[in-house]
Design a protein around this ligand. Structure first.
Ligand SMILES: Nc1ncnc2c1ncn2[C@@H]1O[C@H](COP(=O)(O)OP(=O)(O)OP(=O)(O)O)[C@@H](O)[C@H]1O
Ligand SMILES: [Mg+2]
Length: 353
């Protein structure tokens, strides 16, 4: 098309009468267009070929012109040279732009490749982490089951020998009974932790839940001579949560608080509206939580109690996380502990539905 354009201009120059100076002038200046187009579209090589072609096509015309008007002919040579130079500059810029574009494209492809590799690595790492966590959990469970099993087996051995004294028989039966209950508690807790049931969300009056928890735990509190106080701070709007699960969480927290509190102390329960949802607090004046164990209390099977399973807080944490909330605590050794459940507003709860 560019070559055709150049030939067409030369042909028109030949056909237009020599007296029509302005038409000749325009036709000559129009050579600028194909030379620039060649540079923009095909780079420096394209501009060079087009310049040579323009020179070759215009040479006879300029030669004829030279015999009539040598000054005009010189102008035409200078102009054609400038047009060619402009075409070559446009070609150079176009080549540079193309090289830049190719480089950007190549970098983009490399980045995409790195991103894909990174995603694969992260997925692989997550899978390894999950397997590792499952392995650790299974090992901890096996360890926890071994102690009661050893006690049951020892007691069964005494019974099997037959000649034991009646009080030993009574003791052995008591051990079998107690350790079976412990195993049952351990396995029920483990199932609750490992396979929590899906949430049944509904509008819930949290103060009503706190009252029911206070009365459920009142017997344990009275036995330990601890006062359980439900403080009604202010009217709070209904929260959307699974009332059974939240009751279980609060009961675990209150039982922990009772176990950590000295006789004569008070445990306070309260719910209040927070900035991003609802906040429920269980405050005790007990032993507090030492710094060395603070980051382990939510780990499954972590316990400081001889008969504890260490699953209470792990289950609480799973349930609160399922609600899209957070479970945290404040406490210093000897200064009591406050556990805090933060439940988000209804629309933010997406997990477990
Ligand atoms: N209110 C609290 N004050 C002081 N320490 C606490 C309190 N709540 C929890 N803890 C510490 O966190 C540990 C883990 O608690 P978690 O409820 O998970 O298990 P546990 O109470 O030991 O056993 P289980 O719940 O099976 O009876 C406890 O053993 C205790 O050391
Ligand atoms: Mg507990």
């Amino acid at each position: 098309m560019i070559a055709l354009f150049l030939f067409l201009l030369a042909a028109l120059t030949v056909t237009v009468p020599a007296s029509d100076v302005s038409a000749h002038n325009i036709l000559h200046h129009l050579n600028f267009l194909p030379l620039m187009m060649a540079g923009i579209l095909f780079g420096v090589p394209g501009a060079a070929v087009a310049s040579l072609l323009a020179g070759a096509v215009n040479a006879p015309l300029i030669a004829w012109h030279w015999s009539q008007w040598p000054l005009d002919a010189k102008d035409q040579i200078v102009e054609l040279s400038i047009f060619s130079a402009a075409g070559l500059i446009a070609g150079y810029l176009s080549d540079r732009e193309s090289a830049h574009r190719r480089m950007v494209e190549q970098t983009k492809q490399e980045l995409e490749k790195v991103y894909l590799e990174l995603r694969e690595n992260v997925a692989h790492m997550k899978k390894t982490e999950r397997l590792l966590a499952a392995g650790q959990l299974a090992a901890s469970l096996a360890h926890e089951i071994r102690n009661p099993l050893a006690s049951i087996s020892g007691a069964a051995g005494i019974l099997r020998r037959g000649a034991a004294r009646p009080e030993y028989i009574e003791d052995s039966l008591h051990i079998i009974d107690l350790e079976s209950q412990r195993l049952n508690k351990l396995l029920t807790g483990f199932l609750n932790f490992a396979k929590p049931r899906s949430l049944r969300l509904q509008g819930t009056d949290l103060d009503a839940i706190l009252s029911s928890v206070a009365s459920l735990a009142s017997h344990a509190a009275e036995t330990s001579r601890i006062a359980l106080v439900h403080e009604k701070v202010a009217e709070i709007p209904e929260a959307e949560c699974d009332p059974e699960q939240i009751r279980q969480v609060l009961l675990n927290l209150v039982l922990n608080a009772i176990e950590a509190s000295p006789p004569g102390s008070t445990i306070r329960l309260r719910a209040r509206a927070g900035t991003s949802g609802t906040r429920i607090e269980v405050e005790d004046a007990g032993t507090g939580i030492a710094e060395e164990i603070a980051d382990r209390v939510f780990d499954p099977f972590f316990t400081t109690k001889p008969k504890g399973t260490g699953l209470g807080l792990a289950i609480c944490s799973t349930i609160v996380t399922q609600h899209g909330g957070a479970l945290s605590f404040n406490g210093n050794p000897g200064g009591g502990t406050t556990f805090c459940i933060e439940l988000p507003r209804a629309r933010e709860m997406t997990n477990g539905r």
